[in-house]
Design a protein around this ligand. Structure first.
Ligand code: PLP
Length: 286
């Protein structure tokens, strides 16, 4: 079956989908995005993703070419047209195609933003990396200072992921001024003596939608949480470590920079939070 994608108002076979070479998303990474996971053909935490999308757009003075209700309808249409049961939907909104490559933003009254969505099928409830945990490396955080905005400037995270692969690991954790900020595409946590430790929200990290849900479930399960920065050394000496993201849920981490974390097996806290997440999130899925 050829995948159907959505581009600027049209549902098209992926091979026929085209965007302008003058689109600022293409020329300048002048674009924001979201990834929403799909389970049982339904969207997990769509409200959370839409709220963050609106915040990203507003921080960059961008205007969405569609309303948020239309956006939900497009997501549903794509799930149906692609018969998607498990996986996710990628959504990108750009500032559109202005005058060649002007560094000044075009007036949103004159230039409409671009919009692209596509589905991807992927096993997100169970996979080998969840059963075994993953290895990560640390790398200096050289990204820009507004990591709370979900932009498509992903060259450095992509570089970090390549470095991880070269080192025989799966993911990279960013470190700034001696402290871990977040993972290349996830928020990160350690557990020590029963306390879950994760960096507090600020412009230094993306405000993960999964992070918010996981911390809520942790509080409801009477787990102790400390929101503060931690170092790589502290993480290596922790009882367990894990990362969260929309399609990864809670992903156990068993090795950091070649040092085994805890027993070297996925820890009970990330496992329990993952179970709760998979049990609870479908209840509010759209
Ligand atoms: N941090 C970064 C840098 C990310 O790219 C992502 C997801 O792409 C996350 C955290 C996790 O966010 P969410 O849980 O909303 O997927």
């Amino acid at each position: 079956m050829t995948r159907t994608v959505y581009v600027n108002g049209d549902y098209l076979p992926e091979t026929e989908a085209k965007v302008s070479i003058f689109d600022r998303g293409f020329l300048m990474a002048d674009a924001v995005y979201e990834v929403t996971s799909v389970l049982g053909g339904k969207l997990l935490d769509f409200q959370g993703h839409v709220a963050r999308l609106q915040r990203s757009l507003s921080e960059l003075q961008m205007v969405s070419p569609v309303t948020m209700d239309e956006l939900l309808e497009i997501h549903h249409q794509l799930i149906e047209k692609n018969d998607l049961d498990e996986g996710g939907i990628y959504l990108q909104i750009t500032r559109g195609a202005g005058a060649d490559r002007d560094f000044l933003w075009p007036d949103p009254e004159e230039v409409q933003g671009g919009i692209v969505l596509f589905t991807f099928a992927k096993k997100i409830t169970a996979n080998k990396s969840i059963d075994e945990g993953i290895k990560v490396i640390s790398i200096e955080d050289l990204r820009w200072g507004r990591r709370d905005i979900k932009t498509t400037q992903l060259l450095y995270p992509s570089f970090a992921k390549m470095q991880a692969k070269k080192a025989g690991a799966t993911d990279a954790w960013f470190v700034e001024d001696g402290y871990v900020t977040e993972g290349y595409a996830n928020n990160v946590y350690i557990v020590k003596d029963g306390v879950i430790i994760t960096r507090q929200l600020s412009n230094d990290i993306l405000h993960g939608i999964t992070r918010a849900a996981i911390l809520k479930f942790a509080a409801e399960a009477q787990m102790k949480v400390e929101e503060r920065p931690f170092t790589i050394e502290e993480a290596q000496a922790a009882d367990e470590a894990f990362a969260t993201s929309a399609t990864g849920f809670s992903q156990p981490v068993v090795e950091i920079d070649g040092v085994t974390v805890g027993t070297g097996k996925p820890g009970p806290v990330s496992k329990r939070l993952r179970e709760i997440y998979i049990e609870e999130m479908p209840k509010t899925a759209l």
